[in-house]
Ligand binder design. Structure first.
Ligand code: VGL
Ligand code: ZN
Length: 202
């Protein structure tokens, strides 16, 4: 069984948002076009309280994108984004959600960021995604979405650890830093992740 995991297609990561990722909007028609090729479609949603410790504004004397430590764990300080219940946390109105069975939310703990669709960054709490996919007999996972160098990257690594066969649909992923995604790609290929293109499904 093949499952498509749509990562964080939310307004704050798209054009005009505080953490807009270049090329993000262009992914949406691609993601809409391929959904029909999967037995199961799920989505993730970054879902932070407004006091979230990953936001630079919630610290004094810290700059945007600076790396700091929170309770001893490294943390990049982001612009405030995907605050629970705001329009910025909504999925893009362009995204076809008709086949999305379940939405897995992450990043709700004020002190612990959560890039992966499976576990928070300290591996304390599970979203339940792994158990859900196994219950549904999904063994082959295909990842699309934002950001290739953060949430997609962390999700793919956890998916491998959970024993799934993992592919990334490269033209349906946008990254904050394209160069760092290239390095991540080489590492993931070495770990057994397949990189495909959306035309491969046609
Ligand atoms: C993400 C930074 C902060 C992502 C989420 O979706 O990749 N990046 N929160
Ligand atoms: Zn976030």
């Amino acid at each position: 069984m093949k499952a498509l995991i749509i990562v964080d297609i939310q307004n704050d990561f798209l054009a005009g948002g505080p953490l807009a990722v270049k090329g993000g909007n262009e992914l949406i028609p691609v993601i809409n076009r391929i959904q029909g090729y999967f037995d199961l479609v799920v989505a993730t949603q970054d879902w932070h309280p407004k006091e979230h410790a990953s936001f630079a504004v919630n610290h004094t004397n810290k700059k945007l994108f600076e790396r700091t430590y929170i309770e001893g764990f490294e943390q990049v300080l982001w612009p405030a984004h995907c605050v629970q219940g705001t329009s910025g946390s909504d999925f893009s109105s362009q995204l076809d959600q008709s086949r999305v069975e379940v939405v897995f939310r992450k990043g709700t703990d004020r002190l612990i960021d959560s890039y992966s669709a499976f576990y928070d960054n300290r591996k304390r709490r599970s979203t339940g995604l792994s158990g859900f996919l196994k219950h549904k007999n999904a063994s082959e996972l295909f990842f699309v979405g934002i950001a290739g160098d953060y949430c997609v990257n962390y999700s793919v690594r956890d998916a491998l650890e959970e024993g799934f066969s993992v592919s990334v649909i490269e033209d349906a992923v946008a990254s904050i830093d394209a160069a760092s995604f290239l390095a991540i790609k080489m590492d993931l290929v070495d770990s057994g992740v397949k990189f495909l293109r959306s035309d491969d499904f046609l």
